[in-house]
Design a protein around this ligand. Structure first.
Ligand SMILES: NC(=O)c1ccc[n+]([C@@H]2O[C@H](COP(=O)([O-])OP(=O)(O)OC[C@H]3O[C@@H](n4cnc5c(N)ncnc54)[C@H](OP(=O)(O)O)[C@@H]3O)[C@@H](O)[C@H]2O)c1
Length: 248
């Protein structure tokens, strides 16, 4: 009983810490942005679930796409408007090469190193933001997760009291660092915080905003719909410099 109470206290404290450690979004309308339609986009995490969707959907929308990948053989996509740069987000040189000449960056970076302290997301994002500043690339749309800042608890009870505290505390802590870096940058950014991801076909619709998600139930969305939302955000400029949740 004592152990259970201690565990619940830990889960609650972590949730509050994730809520407080995130950046503070400002109202988007007050900021505005260039709203120029980009034509060349860099996709980070292109071999992953969301990233692959981003590549195929961006190509279908007519963008010239560059994919930064660690292993090009894993991409298995061929298209006249697709360029591949081999590199690693933790290597500033390869990130710089990939960012040069782009109009915008879409980031769906993730990894599975859950049980150890990690800075892969934040250090990788620091390199991306640095290269964007160097090359005057302004627009960034980055996928993080529900569960941070004012979305803390909104992945539902199972994630708030089991998955995040037991499996993902280090990972989520790094996500808060990643979000703070983005929020403190000069970029025109949109942070996209999805619910639990599925590989189902896209529905072509989603709910989004600062208050989506559920305190009780696990909320989900397909990677296809997250990618569609990220690409929509790339041009709409509606939610510039704000973090927005997205789920079905
Ligand atoms: N799973 C969920 O339910 C869920 C829910 C909410 C949010 N999210 C978040 O959404 C994001 C995308 O998730 P996902 O499952 O679609 O992605 P994923 O399949 O885990 O793919 C992650 C991508 O990041 C790349 N990557 C990892 N380390 C890299 C490095 N050092 N340099 C360059 N690329 C690197 C991977 O490349 P390799 O192919 O080389 O490994 C892969 O392409 C993640 O941040 C995840 O935490 C996930």
């Amino acid at each position: 009983m004592v152990v259970l109470l201690l565990y619940l206290a830990y889960a609650l404290v972590l949730s509050v810490a994730l809520a407080r450690a995130g950046h503070r979004s400002r109202p988007a309308a007050a900021i505005g942005g260039s709203r120029q339609e980009p034509s060349r986009v860099l996709i980070i995490g292109a071999t992953g679930g969301t990233g692959r969707q981003l590549v195929t959907q961006a190509l279908a929308r007519g963008y010239a796409v560059t994919a930064l990948v660690r292993d090009p053989s894993r991409l298995q996509l061929d298209h006249p408007k697709l360029a591949v740069v081999q590199g690693n987000v933790l290597d500033a040189g390869s990130v710089d090469e990939a960012v040069r000449g782009q109009d915008a960056v879409l980031c769906a970076l993730g990894h599975k190193r859950f049980f150890l302290p990690t800075r892969i997301l934040s250090e990788g994002t620091r390199n991306i933001l640095g290269a964007m500043e160097t090359h005057g690339v302004r627009r960034l749309v980055c996928e993080t997760s529900l569960g941070i800042e004012d979305s803390a608890g909104r992945m539902g009870l199972y994630y708030t009291f089991f998955v995040i505290p037991l499996i993902l505390p280090f990972y989520f802590w790094d996500k808060t660092r990643q979000e703070r870096l983005i929020a403190g940058s000069a970029a025109e950014w949109v942070i996209v915080r999805p619910g639990v991801l599925t590989n189902r076909d896209g529905r072509g619709r989603y709910r989004h905003g600062r208050r989506v998600g559920s305190l009780l139930w696990t909320v989900r969305i397909s990677r296809a719909d997250v990618a569609a939302f990220m690409l929509d955000e790339l041009v709409s400029g509606a939610d510039l410099r704000s973090a927005t949740g997205v789920c079905w």
